[in-house]
Design a protein around this ligand. Structure first.
Ligand SMILES: [Zn+2]
Ligand SMILES: [Zn+2]
Ligand SMILES: [Zn+2]
Ligand SMILES: [Zn+2]
Ligand SMILES: [Zn+2]
Length: 478
């Protein structure tokens, strides 16, 4: 099938329409002699996630259009609308939080971030968290994620010594529409590094607001020989899809890589550290998230299993203190269905969800199965883990004691370095480096806002950097 690829950013609405069309059209048909195609008539049952409700200061809270004129809520001065009417419509919903913000703002002069221009990065981060805390105290409830984002990502002048908040004094970057500046502080070189990513971020969220999550079809090929993954993602995509033109669109590419990054990164890292694939393979995901590693479970079949021909029995264990079985749809837990080709060849994947469990507890439990690889995807080991309790030392100790390769990915180069240092410290430097810290060619290309180090890296990508270690061979107990 030929895809209409006259996709240009002429106007927002046209672009959006075409994107919708493209998303619907990404369907593959194959007749390659060298590969098996999935000929299964039954469709997999899919765990569908709707886009998370998010707050963006440059979007109307009611109709979700990109704002060219800002009708700021005059009470709290934190949320904006496209017209006065929408401000009025939303007020009933916004009222409670608005009152809380107004009260805090009054104590601070006129605006919650009135004095923010005097603060350094750490102080401003703490101020934002403290403001959330105060609001929760006032309302006597936790704020929803999108409500927290009102405080985490406010519309302020980008210059950190300024952080002007008065809407009438601010303009937005013409290209990405996402970063604001006052007339004293025009956008600088530093913004250029992230402007494209911001523009993509904006396109994705505007698209998702209107049409829901961008749906990409998973690949349909079953390879006859395991390929060697190179550093060029495009080459790999050609192995997976006959027609990759659709993925030249940034939005669609980011939707695909968000799904494909987990299986491709593990595959790439295994090959790079010389791990041999055997008939059976067990993968542990530590601190797994329903929204990431365990999202679109079929990807493990179509982007991992179908590429690696040696494996016939794949066992994937998701372990996470924040994984919650009550939130798992039954069809996921019980799903063992494979495509017809796999079934005929007696190949299968088992998923095991170890919910509300720390990794070290799982390792000591009866359900423990020795892994071939232990994966920590974007764990930020350098920060204390679960709800402020630092459980990483025990978790890392347990992972290294498995004597299997331990793969750790991170959002930024700096985090990768910090995680590496943390492991060095926790293990007294007693580990073997299987892969030194490196940029991962199979990182997600979907930008995400970053609150914790937004001064340097306002947008991040999952699995952007990686390294792998294991227990020192001499120390392995037999
Ligand atoms: Zn509106
Ligand atoms: Zn308000
Ligand atoms: Zn300024
Ligand atoms: Zn920009
Ligand atoms: Zn299959």
């Amino acid at each position: 099938m030929l895809l209409p690829l006259s996709y240009r950013r002429t106007s927002q609405s046209l672009a959006e329409c075409q994107l919708k069309l493209l998303s619907a059209l990404i369907v593959e048909n194959f007749n390659d002699d060298n590969e098996n195609d999935i000929t299964d008539e039954d469709k997999f049952r899919e765990f569908k996630t709707s886009p998370k409700q998010i707050f963006c200061s440059f979007i109307c809270q009611v109709c979700k259009v990109n704002l060219s004129r800002y009708f700021l809520c005059n009470e709290c001065k934190m949320v904006s609308y496209c017209k006065e009417e929408h401000l009025k419509i939303d007020y009933l919903n916004h009222k409670g939080l608005c009152m809380a913000i107004k009260l805090i703002a009054k104590r601070r002069g006129s605006h919650v971030y009135n004095m923010a221009g005097h603060l350094n990065a750490i102080e401003f981060r703490n101020l934002r968290l403290h403001t959330i805390y105060l609001c929760e105290q006032f309302l006597n409830r936790s704020l929803a994620n999108y409500e927290r984002e009102i405080f985490l990502f406010p519309r302020l002048c980008h210059e950190v010594t300024c952080r002007e908040w008065k809407s009438q004094l601010l303009s937005d970057c013409e290209k990405c529409g996402h970063v604001s500046f006052c007339n004293l502080h025009p956008l600088n070189e530093n913004h250029k590094k992230f402007c494209n990513a911001f523009a993509l971020y904006q396109r994705i969220i505007l698209h998702e607001k209107s049409y829901g999550v961008i749906n990409v079809a998973l690949p349909q090929k079953i390879l006859k020989r395991t390929p060697t993954l190179c550093d060029d993602v495009k080459d790999t995509m050609r192995l997976l899809y006959k027609n990759i033109t659709a993925f030249q669109d940034d939005c669609i590419n980011s939707a695909l890589m968000e799904i494909a990054t987990a299986p491709l990164t593990i595959f790439y890292a295994c090959q790079k550290m010389g791990l041999e694939f055997k008939e059976q393979m067990v993968i542990h995901f530590v601190g797994a998230e329903m929204q990431f590693e365990a999202n679109k479970l079929d990807k493990w079949e179509s982007i991992f299993f179908h590429l690696i021909t040696e494996i016939s029995d794949l066992h994937i264990v998701f372990i996470g203190s924040e994984l919650n079985e009550e939130k798992l749809p039954v069809e996921i837990i019980s799903r063992t269905r494979m495509c017809k080709t796999c079934r005929l060849n007696y190949r299968g994947i088992r998923f095991d969800f170890q919910c509300k469990k720390f990794y070290h507890d799982y390792c000591n439990s009866l359900s423990y199965t020795k892994p071939d690889i232990v994966c920590f995807l974007n764990p930020a080991l350098y920060r204390p883990g679960y709800r402020g309790f630092d459980t990483w030392p025990r978790t890392i100790d347990a992972a290294i004691k498995t004597s299997s390769p331990v793969l750790i990915t991170s959002l930024t180069e700096n985090e990768c370095y910090l995680d590496f240092e943390r492991i060095k410290y926790l293990t007294n430097d007693e580990f073997e480096i299987l892969l030194p810290p490196l940029k991962n060619p199979y990182a997600s290309t979907r930008p995400e806002r970053n609150f914790s180090t937004d001064e340097d890296v306002p947008l991040t990508f999952k699995n952007n950097f990686l390294f792998a270690i294991s227990k020192i061979k001499d120390l392995i107990e037999f």
